[in-house]
Design a protein around this ligand. Sequence first.
Ligand SMILES: Nc1ncnc2c1ncn2[C@@H]1O[C@H](COP(=O)(O)OP(=O)(O)OP(=O)(O)O)[C@@H](O)[C@H]1O
Ligand SMILES: [Mg+2]
Length: 505
Amino acid sequence: MYNRIVLLRGIGMPGLIGIDFGAINIKTGYLKRGKVHFVKDEYGSDNLENVVFISKRGDIYIGKSAVEKSMWNSRNVVEDLKDNLKFTGSYLLNGKRYSSADLVSVIFKKIKDIYERISGNRDVNSFISIPPINPLEASCLLYKAALDSGFKNVSLLEEYMAAYYYFLDKFPENGKVVLLLDFGGGGIRASVMVRREPLPEVIFAIYDRTVGGRQIDQKVTAYLVKKFYNNTLIDLMKEPFGYRKLLFESRKAKESLSYSNRVNINIPFISANANGAVHFEEKLTRYELEELIAPLIKRTLLKLRAEMVKYGIRVKDIDEVFLTGGSSVIPFFVREIENMFTFSKLIVDNTGKTVSNGLMVFKNISTAGHVITASRSYGIETYMGEYYPVIGKGEILPVVKRVSVTTVRDFQRAVKVKIYSGDKKRARNNDFLEAVELRDIKRARRGEPTIDLYFFIDMNGRLKVLVHDLDTGRLKNVYFNSNKKEIDFGSFKGKPNLKVSSYAG
Ligand SMILES: Nc1ncnc2c1ncn2[C@@H]1O[C@H](COP(=O)(O)OP(=O)(O)OP(=O)(O)O)[C@@H](O)[C@H]1O
Ligand SMILES: [Mg+2]
């Protein structure tokens, strides 16, 4: 009896969480006894709202509490973080500047804390979905933020691929052509794929952010503002408190209208005039909502059709449609899809967790070896001519890795990063790919300037390198197009032009 042992909590295998960084909701899954569970916020919700609020004292609120605070002070709130996953630019909140990476890192830290509390595990790896906007920079930034918030290992997968793996797991079938639609809070993702084992063949993947749940809310709010003005001559566009209240209620009204034909919107004391308090009392019908959103949705579906034509996919080629995302329950949207296609199967996932679930599914598959890996290693030459591999051979794709470099001489003017591929100890014995020169770096003693190099290999095996000079904030992207190198030197950015509480990049 006395010689038995048990592992101390927190020792052993690192925990793993899968984060879906949504425009509106962040969903985090983790595995427990082979089943996917979700990290809950302090209100017991699986959705952590992607909202950050900074109080006058500098306290940081995240999620629902940030939403509540923002009702009274809409200037010190960030709600568009997912649209601004960039290294340049920053948010000015209560007189202090915050980069996107800072704010994402605060959110990740909160998620990690909650997970640590429920699992007792302090070693945590994270698996994050790659957003569709500017995926190279967004991936590098999420990777950095995750490392900054203490995750041990960070891996990434495209959002639509994660969603695909979720559906694949639930409804396995080979050879079928699927259209995957994720209609979320920030936009619509559409991809056409052929189901294959072990990897799907992606025909195309597009993203349209002219219509998402948020854009619909704004449209509804603008419509109600007009109605209210016609009745009261009060313009809520000019009243931040009233506007925010109405925006909030518009979202709720829109959501109810997916299940009912009519809602009443009542907001007491929304404004005031010479006669005293004025209350907001309006009704909204599903018909009115559809009139508002029909042009938006139709335009997106036309873009999808155009893309299909480009790739030679006819409507009748689509065997199945996978539907996901919070906004995909909108009856008008479903009707349009049903009218447009002649598929044999429509599979809908309304759980809101398709992507985070899919990340965990992929992780399970990837341990079984059903993945694409880097066929060679990629790295840089260091001072003494040695080769330093940044991405090792066999890493599961897509992958991001970072290495930080500095100068070897005092007051060095420029740095030159030589990128190689191979496995030899000496850099020059490997395949030379490219030299990237960064001029006008900070004039400082050797070892002081810091330059971060991010190596990113996408699912197609294409290497991209992002060079970030931390002292000047400058960025440089280098794309490698299989054997041919394609270099983009156009991404130098000047000093950000900052505005209060809105993102300047
Ligand atoms: N019943 C409903 N009817 C219409 N819209 C809804 C309903 N329920 C939720 N939504 C909307 O779904 C959106 C959130 O969906 P989801 O969680 O999929 O988005 P997200 O992942 O945060 O965004 P994205 O994937 O675009 O970055 C919100 O805009 C919300 O208002
Ligand atoms: Mg989403």
